[in-house]
Design a protein around this ligand. Structure first.
Ligand SMILES: CC(=O)SCCNC(=O)CCNC(=O)[C@H](O)C(C)(C)COP(=O)(O)OP(=O)(O)OC[C@H]1O[C@@H](n2cnc3c(N)ncnc32)[C@H](O)[C@@H]1OP(=O)(O)O
Length: 419
C-alpha cells in the first residue's frame, strides 16, 4: 500500500485546458454526482473554461480538488454594476478533505483584487465554510408554497388587467426575449448578477448533452403597449387524488417582472392554472410581494429561508463609493481584515448626491469584520443587530444606528440566480 500524500506534495495550480475533462470529473465527484460524464458534456462545458482561473489540486497526477472563478457583474445599491470575482465549483474529494486544500485554492484566487474586482461572490453549500475567508451573507432567499384553493383568488380570472397579456412561448423565444428583459431587471435590482449566453442555453434546454434537462412551461407577460415586462418559467408534476381530483404542484424555476403589474399578472397566472393546487415560488427575496398579491396572504407559507449570495469586499473604498445612500452623514469604520488583506480605517461621507470613502487616521466609530461589512454592503443586514450579537463593536455610542441609517435599504436585495 502506498502511504497517503503529505499536504505539501499536492500541487495546487491553474489547470491546462487539456486537463479539463479530469477536472470536471473531480467536480462531479466532489458534488457527489456519480453518473459518468459524456464527451459531449465535456465539450459543451468547455465554453466556461477560463485560462488561469480553473484551479485544481493534483495528487500523483489525479485531480482531487477544484475551484473556479469568473468575471461577474453584480448590481450594487442604486443600480451600478461592480466587477465581481464569482467563485463556483469548489470541491475537495472526500479522500483529501481537511488538509487545507480549500484554503490554498482560496488564497490563490483572492488576489482577484489585482484584476480590479471590487468584491468576490459565491453561493455557499454550507453556512460555516466561507466566513473564515472574509465572506458574509449579503442576500437571503425565501421560498413560498402557496395553498392555491385558500388564496382567495377569483376562479374566473382570465388574464391580466389593464390591457396586458400573457402568452406561452418556446425556449427559443425565451433565448430571444429573455436577455434584454433580464438586463432591465438586473440593472436596477441590488444583488442581481448578469447571465451569460450559456446560462440562457442551459436554462432553455438548448444543449443536447444536458441529460438532466426537463422541459418547463414558459410564460411571457406583455404590457398594454406590447412591451415584454415579465417572464415565468415553471414545471408541473402529475398528481391525482384517490377520488380523481387533480392535485398538481407547479414549481416556479424563475419569475422576473420589471413592473409590479408584470409580477402580479404572472403570479396570478401561475396560481390560476387549472389542476394546480400548490405553487412553489422558487428563490425570492424575503420581502417579495408574492404573498400580498393574494387576497389571503396566509395561503403563502415560507417553506425555505436561508442565506444566498455571500460577498467578500476586496476593495473597501470602491465598494462603498459604488453604491448610493438615501441619507446624509459620515461614518468612520475600522475594518478588520483577514490574512492581512483589505483591512484598515476608512471615512465614509455619504449623501444622495454621492459618496466618498477614504483611508483616515481619525478615531473609529464602528469596528466591523470584513464578513460583516459584506453582509451590510447590499443594505440587508443591520449593524444594530450585529452589535447585539457582538459581531460589530461601537467605539462611539449610537454608531451602529447611524450605520443603519446610511447603509440599510427600503427593499431587501435579491439575487435570483444560482452559480
Ligand atoms: C461556492 C461553492 O462552490 S460551494 C460548494 C462547496 N463544496 C462542497 O460543499 C462539496 C463538499 N465539500 C467539500 O468539497 C469540502 O469539504 C470543502 C470544499 C467544503 C472544504 O475543503 P477542505 O479542503 O476540506 O477545507 P480546508 O481543509 O481548507 O478547511 C479550511 C478550514 O475550513 C473548515 N471547513 C472546511 N469545510 C467545512 C465545512 N463544510 N463545515 C465547517 N467547517 C469547514 C476546516 O475545518 C478548516 O478549519 P480550520 O482552518 O479551523 O482548521
Amino acid at each position: 500500500m502506498t502511504p497517503e500524500s503529505r499536504a505539501d506534495d499536492i500541487d495546487v495550480r491553474p489547470i491546462a485546458e487539456s486537463e479539463f475533462a479530469d477536472w470536471l470529473r473531480a467536480v462531479n465527484t466532489g458534488f457527489l454526482r456519480a453518473a459518468p460524464l459524456t464527451d459531449e458534456e465535456v465539450e459543451g462545458r468547455r465554453e466556461r473554461f477560463v485560462e488561469g482561473r480553473n484551479l485544481g489540486a493534483f495528487d500523483r497526477g489525479r485531480c482531487v480538488a477544484t475551484f473556479r472563478s469568473f468575471d461577474q457583474e453584480l448590481t450594487a445599491v442604486g443600480g451600478a454594476s461592480v466587477p465581481a470575482d464569482a467563485i463556483s465549483g469548489v470541491t475537495v474529494t472526500a479522500t483529501h478533505r481537511r488538509r487545507g486544500l480549500l484554503s490554498r485554492m482560496m488564497a490563490r484566487d483572492l488576489t482577484a483584487a489585482e484584476r480590479g474586482d471590487v468584491v468576490a461572490t459565491l453561493i455557499a453549500a454550507e453556512y460555516p465554510i466561507y466566513g473564515r475567508y472574509g465572506f458574509g451573507p449579503a442576500t437571503w432567499m425565501a421560498e413560498w408554497t402557496v395553498d392555491v384553493p385558500r388564496a382567495g383568488l377569483d376562479a374566473r380570472w382570465a388574464g391580466p388587467a389593464e390591457g396586458g397579456r400573457i402568452d406561452l412561448v418556446e425556449g427559443e423565444d425565451v433565448r430571444k426575449l429573455g436577455p434584454e428583459l433580464h438586463e432591465r431587471l438586473r440593472r436596477r435590482q441590488p444583488g442581481a448578477i448578469d447571465r451569460d449566453d450559456m446560462w440562457w442555453k442551459l436554462n432553455t434546454g438548448a444543449l443536447g448533452w444536458d441529460t438532466s434537462w426537463k422541459p418547463p412551461f414558459y410564460a411571457v407577460y406583455r404590457s398594454a403597449s406590447g412591451e415584454v415586462e415579465g417572464m415565468a418559467v415553471y414545471e408541473v408534476d402529475d398528481n391525482w387524488g384517490d377520488a380523481k381530483q387533480p392535485l398538481n404542484t407547479a414549481t416556479v424555476r424563475w419569475l422576473i417582472g420589471v413592473t409590479p403589474a408584470a409580477e402580479r399578472a404572472l403570479w396570478e397566472y401561475v396560481c390560476s392554472v387549472d389542476w394546480v393546487v400548490k405553487v412553489k415560488s422558487g428563490w425570492r427575496a424575503p420581502d417579495d410581494l408574492l404573498p400580498h398579491f393574494l387576497p389571503d396572504p396566509r395561503a403563502a407559507r415560507i417553506t425555505s429561508l436561508a442565506d444566498w449570495l455571500w460577498v467578500r469586499i476586496l476593495d473597501v473604498e470602491r465598494a462603498l463609493e459604488a453604491r448610493t445612500y438615501e441619507g446624509t452623514g459620515t461614518l468612520v469604520l475600522e475594518v478588520a481584515g483577514v490574512d492581512g488583506l483589505t483591512g484598515g480605517r476608512y471615512r465614509l461621507e455619504a449623501s444622495p448626491e454621492g459618496a466618498s470613502c477614504t483611508p483616515t487616521t481619525e478615531s473609529a466609530e464602528l469596528e466591523v469584520g470584513l464578513g460583516e461589512l459584506g453582509a451590510l454592503w447590499l443594505g440587508d443586514e443591520s449593524a444594530v443587530r450585529l452589535a447585539a450579537l457582538g459581531r460589530v463593536r461601537e467605539e462611539r455610542a449610537g454608531a451602529a444606528r447611524k450605520a443603519d441609517a446610511l447603509l440599510r435599504t427600503s427593499r431587501r436585495p435579491w439575487c435570483p440566480d444560482m452559480f
